[in-house]
Design a protein around this ligand. Structure first.
Ligand code: HEC
Length: 108
């Protein structure tokens, strides 16, 4: 694993524990709103796009697995894996990490 990403994840997770979950999740969901994520992943989602609820279901198995989460976050904002989605690529590494963590926690 990229060492810096590991440290960031550790940092974010330790922050997580200090903040009541609901307000943390609300903060992250407002980032998702701000970044236009709901335009495609909302309810109903855009054609061929999984909704956040569906993604949360798929990613729930990675909850707490910092390495997998860091890899997913890196993939999301770095590579043109999904046909070059601007909203993904414009995320900072920290935002990508927060958002993927939030999805594994249920995306509420
Ligand atoms: C223009 C539409 C669009 C926008 C805006 C968008 N996404 Fe996506 N997203 C997609 C599509 C399409 C996929 C790929 C679905 C597939 O092929 O599995 C995807 C996949 C994902 C995945 C799954 C990655 C994986 O490894 O399987 C995550 C997580 C994700 N998006 C998060 C976000 C977040 C967070 C935002 C806001 C910053 C966002 N998306 C904004 C269309 C969008």
């Amino acid at each position: 694993m990229n060492h810096a990403a590991g440290l960031t994840t550790t940092f974010l997770l330790s922050m997580l524990m200090c903040v009541p979950m609901s307000s943390w999740a609300q903060n992250v969901s407002s980032i998702a709103l701000d970044k236009g994520c709901y335009n495609c992943h909302g309810n109903p989602p855009r054609k061929n796009t999984p909704s956040f609820d569906q993604l949360a279901e798929t990613l729930a198995k990675y909850r707490g697995q910092t390495k997998v989460i860091a890899d997913l976050a890196e993939k999301l904002h770095k590579e043109h894996v999904f046909g070059g989605i601007k909203a993904h690529e414009q995320l900072s590494p920290e935002q990508a990490l927060l958002l993927v963590t939030w999805i594994t926690e249920g995306a509420k």
